[in-house]
Design a protein around this ligand. Structure first.
Ligand SMILES: [Zn+2]
Length: 157
């Protein structure tokens, strides 16, 4: 069975079921199909209105504003402010003692001396001293490894 949307000559629309399209054509030609409203036998297939998308029907989905990145707490030993476990404190004091014992103190010339050692212009040795953040970054950029350690005052000072 096939379904046709039909209409008569005055545009009454109605449904018709037929065995096949030939069956419909024959019945229509023989005026066997009557409009249920006005009994007209001048029947034709209604044009099936295609689905028409209304203009502007396309949904515009506003992008959700990106969620703010989760705040990662900044951890810095310099800003940890006085609260330092004794274990850490003693380890750092031990480290300081080791450094003082095995390395040359070069003071504020640290960056310059580290660079000289790196370039083979000074005797390779461990050194320690003061450097600024900028110095440390410049050294790192040049592939010179340095360690920045919290420098605790001696326990006996
Ligand atoms: Zn009719």
């Amino acid at each position: 069975m096939i379904h046709y949307q039909l209409c008569c000559d005055v545009d009454h629309e109605f449904d018709g079921w037929f065995k096949d399209s030939d069956n419909f054509e024959r019945q229509a030609a023989r005026k066997l199909i009557g409009c249920p409203v006005c009994a007209s036998t001048k029947i034709r297939r209604a044009l099936m209105a295609p689905g028409i998308r209304k203009k502007g029907a396309a949904a515009v989905v506003e992008a959700e504003p990106a969620a703010p990145a989760p705040q990662v707490p900044q951890i810095s030993s310099r800003r940890s402010g006085g609260v330092m476990p004794d274990q850490v404190r003693s380890a750092l004091l031990k480290l300081r003692a080791e450094v003082e014992k095995n390395c040359d103190y070069v003071g504020p010339d640290f960056a310059e001396e580290a660079r000289r050692i790196h370039n083979g212009e000074a005797q390779p040795r461990g050194i320690y001293g003061e450097s600024t953040e900028a110095d440390a970054e410049a050294l790192a950029d040049d592939g010179i490894e340095i360690a920045q350690i919290p420098w605790l005052p001696r326990a006996d000072s």
